[in-house]
Design a protein around this ligand. Sequence first.
Ligand code: SPD
Length: 278
Amino acid sequence: MAMSDSNWIHEFHDSGSAIGYEVLEVLHQERSPFQQIDIYRTRTFGTAMALDGCWMVTDRDNFIYHEMMSHPALLSHPAPRDVVIIGGGDCGTLREVARHEDVARIVQIELDERVTRLSEQFFPELCERNDDPRVELRFEDGIRWMEASGPGSADVIIVDCTDPVGPAAGLYDVPFFRTCRETLRPGGILIQQSESPLFHVELLAALRERLPEAGFDAVQHLQFPQPCYPSGWWSATMARRDGQFDVFRNNAANRLATRYFHPEMLAAARTLPRFLAG
Ligand code: SPD
C-alpha cells in the first residue's frame, strides 16, 4: 500500500494491477497485536479500512459483499436458528444476519478485537446490531473455537475472513472444513469468502475439491461485483452437508430490506462463466 504525492492510496496486486482511492484524510492508523489497521476518508468511497495494506471495507460498496455473504446461505436453509460467523470483525455481515428474525443466536468469532472496536467508531452503521440480544461477540482464534464447538450446534457457518495468507490460511483447508461439517446440523450450510474469480481460479478449483473431501455434498460458487477488492469481481462459495441446494425461501427473501440482493440476483450469482463451471 502506498501513498503518492497526489494523495492516492493503492493496494497493489501480484497481478500487476491495483485498486486505489483519493484520500482526503487519514482517520486512524495503528499496529494491533495481529495486523496493521489503516482507516481513511476517501473522496468518493467514504470511509475505507485496510488491514495489512488490503482494502477490507468501504462505505460505498460494502453492502454488496455483506449481503452476498449472508442472505444466500440463510435463505437456502429451511430454518436457520444458530449462526456462526468466523472473522467478520467490521460487523457488516453480522448486521445482515440479524435482519433474519428466525435466527435465534449469532456467535461471531473474530481474532482481532481492535478491528471491531475501530469499526464501532468509524463504521457505526455496520455495527448497529452488535447489541442485539441474539448476538455474542467473541475475540479469539476461529479455528480453535470451531474445534472446541459441539457437533451439531450450528445451522449456518459464515467465514468472512481476510485473504488466505497468515492466520487466515487454515480457514481454506480440509481440516477446518471437516470441523465445520461436524459443527453443522444435518442440512447445514457453510459459506466461505473465496476471492476473485479472475485472479484466484486455482483457489476456487481447490475449494471444489476440498469441500467434498471434507464431507460436504453440494458446492456452489457465487460471483458478484466488489469494486474495492482485487479485480473488482469477487466470489463466495457455499457448501451444504446432506443434500443439494434444493431450498430457497423466496418470500423471506422478498421481505428483506436489502440494497443489492434479491432472488433473481441469487440466480445471477450462481450463473458461472465457462471457465469456472468446471
Ligand atoms: N481482499 C480482501 C478480502 C477480504 C474479505 N473479507 C472482508 C471483510 C469484510 N467484512
